[in-house]
Design a protein around this ligand. Structure first.
Ligand SMILES: [Zn+2]
Ligand SMILES: [Zn+2]
Length: 297
């Protein structure tokens, strides 16, 4: 009965979105995107697309998404949005981070990416333009992937903080108390494998086209680079996502080491009370700000 109700709700939601979509103007980028997609299909093999295409999407997205946060450190105006202003980024830290990232990307993640082609072949995942899901289906699938990854991340991340194993694996990611965007994937190779596994579960559940792999990579990178950026910038569109944790939430985890274990959403930490220190800290900061304002007046 409950399953039937859920299916009905999902079906109604799908029909409602489809109805709204029929009133939206045509996407002017659709034709150029279609041409580019078909050019790729005509000129490259499935293996090349799945392997080198996925690597390119990951590398380009990762470093492009790091650019805004990287530039903020040189703009004095942006410093008022830095969450831990007393701990600025240094060249030494960023260079060290960059070198480790390249190692992780090419020696840990690339071998995993090489499995993409075999995954799509095994499950008969299509590559064609005609089979590509509509944008609202892709958005729903990416959200579903994020919900699954977030649950995986919460429990495994919490486990990695266990005092008997913390120093062997997760300590690497916590080397920088005040995070910066590039640090998002700065981790011990084993952590890349353990926490990274959560990325693939949603793919196995939802994947009905190779484009989901790339859309989900971009969404996940947007989220993880944003929460590590070290800046809480106003009007950040990611905060439109319901229950989105954001940069202050994860920055506190790096500052405090305890609590705020989830990657994307706030619900697991709320449910298990692991955000209590964060809530108390925010309250203390609010009171401090009120006192400062009163003094200024
Ligand atoms: Zn941690
Ligand atoms: Zn982190």
């Amino acid at each position: 009965m409950a399953m039937n109700d859920s299916a009905n709700i999902l079906n109604s939601a799908y029909l409602a979105v489809e109805y709204i979509d029929s009133f939206l103007p045509d996407n002017p980028l659709q034709q150029p995107f279609k041409n580019a997609w078909n050019y790729m299909l005509d000129n490259y093999t499935k293996f090349q697309i799945a392997t080198w295409g996925s690597l390119l999407v990951h590398e380009v997205s990762y470093f492009l998404l790091c650019v805004p946060g990287f530039i903020f450190q040189f703009i004095p105006f942006m410093q008022k949005y830095k969450i831990q202003p007393d701990k600025p980024e240094t060249w030494e830290k960023q260079w060290k981070c960059f070198k480790t990232l390249l190692f992780n990307h090419f020696f840990i993640q690339l071998p995993l990416i090489c499995g993409t082609y075999y995954f799509t072949e095994y499950f008969n995942i299509p590559y064609g333009w005609e089979e590509m899901p509509r944008w609202y289906i892709l958005v729903g699938q990416c959200f579903g992937c994020a919900v699954i990854e977030d649950a995986w991340h919460y429990f495994l991340h919490r486990l990695l903080h266990h005092k008997r194993i913390y120093k062997y694996i997760h300590k690497v990611h916590h080397e920088f108390v005040s995070p910066f965007g590039m640090q998002a994937e700065y981790a011990h190779p084993l952590e890349t494998l353990i926490l990274g596994a959560g990325f693939f579960i949603g793919i196995v559940v939802f994947c009905n086209h190779v484009v989901l792999l790339w859309a989900w990579v971009i969404c996940r990178l947007m989220e993880t680079i944003d929460v590590h950026s070290g800046y809480d910038v106003p009007l950040n569109p990611l905060h439109l996502v319901p229950f989105y944790a954001g940069a202050r939430f994860h920055d506190f985890h790096h500052m405090n080491f305890i609590g705020n274990y989830a990657s994307t959403f706030t619900w697991w930490d709320r449910l298990f009370g692991t955000d209590s220190q964060f809530i108390a800290y925010q309250e203390k900061e609010r009171k401090k700000q009120c006192v400062t304002k009163k003094k200024a007046n």
